[in-house]
Design a protein around this ligand. Sequence first.
Ligand code: GCO
Ligand code: MG
Length: 412
Amino acid sequence: MKIERAEVIVTSPNRNFVTLKLTTDDGLTGLGDATVNGRELAVVSYLTDHVVPLLLGLDAHRIEDTWQFLYRSAYWRRGPITMAAIAAVDMALWDLKGKAAGLPVYQFLGGASRSGMMAYGHASGKELPELFDSIREHQELGYRSIRVQPGVPGLKAIYGVASNTGLAGNEGVRYDHEPAQRGVMPMLEDWDTRAYLRHVPTVFEAIRAEFGAELPLLHDGHHRMTPLQAAAFGRSLEPYDLFWLEDCTPAENQEALRLVRQHTTTPLAIGEVFNTIWDFQALIKEQLIDYVRAASTHFGGISPLKKVMDYAAQYQIKSGCHGPTDISPVGFAAQLHVGLAIHNFGIQEYMQHGARTNATFEQSMTFVDGFLHPGERPGLGVELDVDEAGKYPYVTAYLPYNRLADGTVHDW
Ligand code: GCO
Ligand code: MG
């Protein structure tokens, strides 16, 4: 099974996606996701100019060897662009292996450890009534766990709080234009950490009063707090029993988590912007987090994702893979196969793709009663309709950013 053709396909059905398609000499095709939100074309160049020429003629069964070759031979290690490109190759090779053997990828990772994976959806709203409606909409869709992002009095626009209402609004693609906005400049939002820290606990108090003690609730702090603020925030949320508090501090400084951890028992999740196991080294070894947020697409693919989850398992740390709409259906399927197989699965983020995206990427994945399953189709279980993809050329789109009242750029 030799790699005969490698194509990089860019499509923007509801948002931009970069997909690698490998074809072997026996006519099998494998897909990999290489989407880096807002920097898509950099990965296209990395793949087209520097990876595709190296792949032709390689034995498609040698997944680990190909991964090591691409990682080590480049000399320049890590980084989101490099690791997304390697991820696409890794996923496509797993897809091919599955198709060649007639087995879904999870069977190669140890087989199923469960019958389905609990997913969480994103509820948001500027005011409480809108937020409660959004939580109910998600429950009606089957979600049993909910991430909550409220508005903050005095702030106009906050990342993670959808501006349009109704899941079915905008052709069922409410999530797809949020957070990345189509346009040549990132959108400017405002931020005030003290107002946020005062307000959010009151929102969780109201949610518990309305929805009861049982519903698992999550919250994303989006790297905006200092260690001291995060410690105090985690403590102020303890009465509301969160499933997790995500990205409380900018975690490139892993030491910050030691301080946060000493002060709060609110579970912590980190790692959607990480791209190698090394980024998690201290966080896992010192048990500074409870959930690993890595995504197959930004972490070098299925092979390293399985490795980091196995490492985390030794410390009772669980998976909580990043699953926004900027992970394509291919990347999403890849991590569902890992999640089904590993023993330490925790939860899977699941924002739903828009209708055009689902028509472009045909998927075997299912979401029933709040539980995800990758399906039984050989390989990853995703096929790309190239004609459909060709209808939607790349559109410039950027994530937003924010500034404080005095104009200083802040973490968002
Ligand atoms: C999440 C995230 C996303 C990211 C986005 C960036 O927890 O789902 O924080 O909203 O910001 O995927 O591209
Ligand atoms: Mg996040």
